[in-house]
Ligand binder design. Structure first.
Ligand SMILES: Cc1cc2nc3c(=O)[nH]c(=O)nc-3n(C[C@H](O)[C@H](O)[C@H](O)COP(=O)(O)OP(=O)(O)OC[C@H]3O[C@@H](n4cnc5c(N)ncnc54)[C@H](O)[C@@H]3O)c2cc1C
Length: 424
């Protein structure tokens, strides 16, 4: 007899309330609404969310409207958001000229710049979850589900657990694929007053772009929100000291005419992809599943993909197919994350206007290791071939029309714009 997959989703847990956990809890509530089920949304209020993560891709606009049943304008205002039409690259590539990577259709399609720290409140408003403030000390696989162990509370069994606890404590080559062909590992964050004029009773409608400005020690993002402007200097702490980066940040602010700012801290991050994102009962999502520096704002869009694919497969496919599906879903997700990573790492391949220690390392040492890092035999998927096919395709003088809709993490149009902009 065929058992619908939805019947195996009676008790679900989401651990974490950052962007990934908040999206997962809202997606579970939506998919299982009308069904008799339990959803536990568990997070430790003493462990803060990462809170940066203010750029997105256009698919988030539709997804948030759908999940909240609010209008685009209402969602944008709740998130203190602006409309992001692409990324403006300054000083990147061989051609030494500035260019924009647009979402297509150009100047029509937009995403949000958003306050990541209110995303949980936006999504919780419509959730049906039981909220549990507790520290989770372990999530492990059982024959018929997964076990969540707590500090000071009895363990509980679930049919499916989304692990959205953020970055792994340490990167271990047995569990994680190291993608440090991406040459950065640290962000220094500052906040400045808002520069966007926003009507009192409506959303800010100006076209805005995330600025990605090449600097001697890496690059700086500039993200305009309606309540502040967020700046982040992304660099490699093994090549540049915090003092050097701080000094160059000050020089950049002087050039940009910024006198007033607040220091928001320094965040270290790994560039990695988990080898086992999904095992049938435990789904790692968000920064627990994969991370790559924020140059193309790939983290939220990646979390959307992880959550939607895993939930749809569990819900719609007969339970008898679960074990067979697990391998395919995991391989697809690992490959997708690696493709995002390759796309981001490739941005460094043409250097920048700076002939500095960082840029020589990025272009001549880190990036050339990408083939080794994603060797198909070691990562058990075809991300490398797919990526190289895209590069081959955009190198052609004319791209075959039948291939225009191809994706490799991101659409072919994004590869084509970056190829031309960087002067590859
Ligand atoms: C500098 C920087 C810039 C970024 N910019 C972007 C961007 O522009 N666009 C983008 O898409 N992404 C960006 N990101 C990525 C961003 O971090 C993620 O999109 C987002 O924060 C997802 O994080 P998360 O939800 O996986 O984890 P987190 O935000 O780290 O949340 C973890 C959650 O798990 C809970 N938790 C942790 N441990 C436990 C435990 N033991 N028990 C119970 N609960 C626990 C915490 O309380 C918290 O609720 C950026 C990241 C960095 C570092």
């Amino acid at each position: 007899m065929i058992t619908p997959g939805s019947e195996s989703l009676n008790k679900v847990a989401v651990v974490g309330r950052g962007t990934a956990g908040a999206l997962a809890a809202a997606s579970v509530s939506d998919l299982l609404s009308g069904k008799d089920y339990q959803l536990h949304h568990i997070y430790d209020s003493k462990i803060p969310i990462i809170g940066v993560g203010e750029g997105s891709w256009p698919s988030l606009v539709q997804r948030l409207q759908y999940l909240t049943q609010l209008s685009d304008n209402a969602v944008q205002q709740f998130l203190n958001g602006t409309r992001k039409y692409g990324v403006a690259f300054e000083g990147w590539g061989h051609l030494k000229r500035d260019f924009i990577h647009y979402f297509l259709p150009q100047d029509e399609s937009y995403a949000y710049h958003l306050s990541a720290d209110v995303m949980g409140d936006l999504l919780q408003a419509d959730g049906h979850a039981q909220h549990i403030d507790a520290n989770v000390v372990g999530i492990s696989r059982l024959d018929d589900g997964a076990l969540v162990e707590f500090e000071g509370r009895d363990p509980e069994r679930y049919d499916l657990v989304f692990d959205a606890r953020g970055f792994p404590r340490k990167i271990d080559s047995r569990a994680h694929i190291d993608i440090s062909f991406i040459p950065t590992n640290t962000a220094m964050i500052r906040r400045c007053p808002a520069v966007i004029e926003c009507p009192v009773d409506g959303p800010a409608l100006q076209h805005t772009y995330t600025r990605a400005v090449a600097r001697p020690h890496g690059w700086i993002f500039v993200i305009p929100l309606t309540i502040h402007t967020s700046y982040g200097y992304i660099f490699n702490r093994d090549l540049s000291s915090e003092e050097e980066v701080e000094a160059d940040f000050d020089r950049f602010f002087a050039i940009d005419g910024i006198a007033q700012f607040e220091k928001r801290g320094v965040i270290q991050f790994p560039n990695f992809v988990h080898r086992q994102i999904y095992d049938g009962a435990i789904a790692r999502i968000g920064n627990a599943a994969a991370f790559m520096e924020p140059l193309e704002a790939t983290a939220i869009v990646a979390a959307q993909l992880q959550i939607e694919l895993i939930l749809q497969m569990r819900f719609a496919r007969p339970l008898e197919y679960l074990q067979r599906d697990v391998q395919m879903v995991n391989r697809f997700l690992v490959s997708s994350m690696l493709r995002y990573g390759l796309f981001v790492g490739w941005h460094y391949s043409a250097g920048s206007v700076f002939d500095s220690k960082f840029w020589r390392y990025a272009r001549d040492f880190a990036w050339p290791k990408y083939r080794e890092a994603v060797n198909p035999e070691l990562v058990d998927c075809d991300a490398l071939n797919k990526f190289e096919d895209m590069i081959e395709l955009v190198s052609q003088p004319v791209i075959d029309e039948a291939k225009l809709s191809r994706m490799c993490g991101v659409p072919l149009s994004s590869y084509a714009q970056m190829f031309r902009g960087l002067g590859c």
